[in-house]
Design a protein around this ligand. Structure first.
Ligand code: ADP
Ligand code: ZN
Ligand code: ZN
Length: 751
């Protein structure tokens, strides 16, 4: 039993980001565990803190070590494992311990007895079905949605119905008046879908699915924990595989976490899990209040649920018998946190699994280059699903060269070929999706005559246009190294004057489509139409109910949705995402194109895809056309190797932010100098003992403006550090953190 406890006080205060040591009173020794919240004397006050370490080693003069006063009564004994995980995050992602702890442990907030209403079906199934037929006859879509859901699950949480089914309160009240449903209130936390008997409903796996499941279960049964990467084409039935593995874990008394990008966490997906596992499942999403999130975690800890499904943050569910973590669509960029600590859910999941002997299953149709590299080099085990279920063929993909369209005199954003196919689908009463690839294209410039794009000669990423007071006509800059040139007036490749930014957005496209096909029913999904929280699901379910022929949208529409009646997908400007000034540009493009194509032909009719582009020969477009991941990967790795980008090399990004642009720049510059000094010292030291310095060599790049260089009047500058050896990078990061803490020049800089 330990003598001392190292305690972190006030996890909200960054200034106190270190541990303080206290003596454990004799009477408390039995009870105190890692992760408990305690009261300690601090200065003149008594405050709360978390026990992050138990030890017998006094850190300073024994007589001066104060005693813990008491254990916080409603204390949350957060699993020691999660605290250790926070420590790992701090070390690897350069966050404070406070930030890391706040991320992994839910803060106790009373969910002040929120009233939860649920809606219950009052009719028998036969009666309900006859009402349903009546609503269908009258085309009362919302009532149909509600009643068919209730026939499946006779009692559902009202918020689930309004948010996920998009059925308004008015509709619920109408059905209540008709005596079809009743609304019951409960003043306690409930599962979003309650009173569900696990139906254990499941499909029989096909041979390919079964062999993937067998391979993993063989290891699980022998208590071998690994990380697997399931590379399965769109529609190959990955979710079914996940559920089978979860069922296997549950049978062994283990628990599972399933990460799904928030945008793909639709009613449809959620219900598949409920139908199989009933109320052993809990769902988390970013709309939960802190109190509700806390409740969810409490229920998980008490063992009331065994499966937690949610976005990134569900990773920290305090399951004590965690056996499996699944990360669906593992390539998604939303798994990377944009706030401190800037952790990646994939790496963090693997670390959490390592700590408790759990397994990790990553799944994607288009694995990230990083993961595939690890699978190829044996760090992960690669498993494949090469066919769509029920032998449905992959869609046929055509590439249309927009430069040729321009030459032929078609200035419309819809190519002749795409218009032809749209006409055909409208006639057949089939649905289509038009996807405009507009991710992060602010500032991108290209030649519309020849497709030429301005690139940085040092970093081989696209330059971005910046308009400033000194350069009203704009200048082109590199977001990695800071290289810049004045905005050219004509295309350096072909001399054409058609060199400009790309302006068409979803609204404009909607207009063009409506003009060209006045008879078509069109839905649009973008930031504008999904601003209120119902918008997103509402549009999806309207489209699923075939209330529209054409769905136009940004990348939001391509994520994992299953619309069986869609037989045509048009990608309007495939190469836009190629111009993002980021070394992931080609990878993102390939992923988006492949995922978009994967929306077509999921039902009984085969699908077709038209990719419109100015760069038909680019390898990411070509590989997407052939749906050839391998080909893409080989080319992409060549590029990464040549320019020393991950996964071949490691890269650390440091952001310096300040109210003064100059201060941010100076700080970044100082860091680069410090890196150089550090290198010189190491080099000298290593050469003295005859060691090869090359291995520890680092390459700082920058300072430069990041893609978003100013937010809320805070200026940001960025430097990138590339190196072969990961450990060197961690050492360097620690060193720089110390340097900044001890250097007054950084007092106004946030890093
Ligand atoms: P993915 O996640 O790989 O795109 P899903 O798991 O969503 O694929 O499956 C695609 C569709 O195929 C779903 O409608 C699912 O219900 C169906 N499906 C999956 N596995 C089977 C199976 N073994 N038999 C019949 N249908 C299946
Ligand atoms: Zn040109
Ligand atoms: Zn550059």
């Amino acid at each position: 039993m330990a003598e001392y406890a190292n305690i972190i006080v006030d996890i909200f205060n960054e200034k106190l980001d270190k541990t303080f040591q206290y003596r454990i009173p004799e009477a408390m020794k039995e009870k105190l565990t890692l992760g408990m919240q305690v009261y300690v004397p601090f200065g003149k006050r008594n405050i709360k803190g978390y026990v992050v370490e138990l030890t017998d080693e006094p850190e300073f003069e024994v007589a001066k070590i104060k005693e813990i006063i008491g254990i916080v009564t409603d204390s949350v004994p957060i699993e020691s494992q999660l605290i250790a995980l926070a420590g790992w995050m701090k070390k690897n992602y350069g966050a404070t311990m406070n930030h890391a702890l706040k991320t992994v442990i839910p803060i106790k907030k009373k969910s002040n007895a929120v009233e939860h209403k649920s809606v219950r079906l009052k009719l028998t199934e036969i009666e309900a079905k006859s009402e349903l037929a009546e609503f269908e006859r009258k085309h009362q879509k919302a009532r149909v949605r509600l009643l068919s859901a209730l026939i499946e699950n006779p009692q559902m949480d009202q918020s689930m119905i309004t948010q996920k089914l998009n059925v308004s309160g008015t509709v619920i009240r109408a059905l209540e008046t008709m005596g079809i449903v009743e609304v019951v209130s409960e003043r306690s936390y409930r599962n979003p879908v309650s009173h569900l008997d696990s139906k254990g409903y499941h499909l029989t796996l096909n041979e390919e699915q079964q062999s993937v499941v067998d391979a993993i279960e063989r290891d699980l049964d022998q208590k071998i924990a690994k990380t697997y990467l399931i590379k399965g084409v769109t529609g190959s039935g990955k979710t079914e595989v996940y559920m089978e593995l979860i069922a296997h874990m549950l049978a062994q008394g283990k628990q599972a976490i399933v990460l799904i990008p928030e945008i793909a966490l639709t009613f449809q997906t959620v219900m598949r899990f409920y139908n199989r596992f009933g109320d052993r499942v809990s769902i988390m999403n970013s709309r939960l209040s802190p109190g509700e999130r806390f409740d969810q975690f409490e229920r998980a800890k008490n063992g009331d649920v065994d499966i937690m499904i949610g976005p990134r943050s569900a990773l920290f569910t305090p399951f004590s018998k965690l056996g499996l973590i699944i990360i669906d669509e593992e390539h998604e960029s939303s798994y990377k946190s944009e706030t401190l600590p800037r952790y990646h859910a994939r790496e963090t999941a693997i670390e959490r699994a390592r700590m408790c002997g759990a397994s990790v299953v990553l799944g994607s149709a288009t694995p990230s280059v990083e993961s595939y590299y690890k699978a190829k080099t044996g760090e992960y085990e690669l498993l494949e699903l090469k066919h769509r279920v029920a032998e449905k063929p992959l869609p046929k993909v055509e590439v249309v060269d927009l430069r040729e369209e321009l030459k032929a005199g078609n200035r419309s954003i819809l190519s002749v070929r795409l218009q032809e196919l749209m006409e055909d689908r409208l006639k057949k009463g089939q649905q289509m999706m038009l996807f405009i690839n507009r991710r992060g294209v602010a500032g991108f410039v290209s030649c519309r005559a020849c497709g030429h794009v301005l690139k940085c000669p040092h970093c081989d990423v696209s330059l971005s246009q910046h308009v400033t007071r000194q350069h009203p006509e704009g200048k082109m800059v590199c977001h990695y190294c800071g290289y810049e040139i004045p905005m050219p007036k004509t295309c350096p490749a072909c001399g054409s004057r058609y060199i400009s930014g790309f302006k068409a957005g979803t609204q404009k496209i909607e207009m063009i489509v409506k003009e060209r096909f006045p008879q078509a029913r069109v839905l649009r999904m973008d930031m504008d139409t999904t601003r209120n929280k119902e918008g997103y699901e509402q549009i999806l379910s309207a489209f699923a109910n075939q209330e529209a022929d054409i769905l136009i949208g940004t990348q939001m529409i391509v994520k994992g949705h299953d619309f069986p009646n869609v037989t045509l997908v048009g990608v309007l400007a495939a190469d836009l995402s190629l111009y993002v000034s980021d070394y992931h540009a080609a990878e993102r493009t390939f992923q988006l194109l492949t995922q978009a194509a994967g929306r077509a032909g999921r039902g009984s009719e085969p699908g077709e895809v038209v990719i419109q582009t100015y760069q038909p020969d680019h390898y990411s477009v070509q590989a997407a056309k052939e749906q050839d991941y391998e080909a893409f990967y080989e080319q992409e790795m060549e590029y990464r190797r040549m320019l020393l980008y991950p996964p071949v090399w490691n890269m650390l990004v440091i952001l310096c932010a300040s109210k003064q642009e100059q201060t941010a720049y100076d700080s970044a510059k100082l860091l680069v100098q410090e890196i150089d000094t550090w290198q010189e010292n190491i080099k000298a030291a290593m050469e003295r003992v005859g060691e090869d310095f090359k291995k520890k060599r680092v390459f700082p790049v920058g300072p430069a403006d990041p893609a978003v260089a100013k937010v809320n009047d805070i200026y940001k500058k960025v430097i990138y550090i590339k190196t072969k050896d990961y450990q060197t990078l961690v050492e360097l990061k620690d060193r720089l953190e110390h340097y900044m803490r001890d250097n007054r020049a950084f007092k106004d800089t946030v890093v």
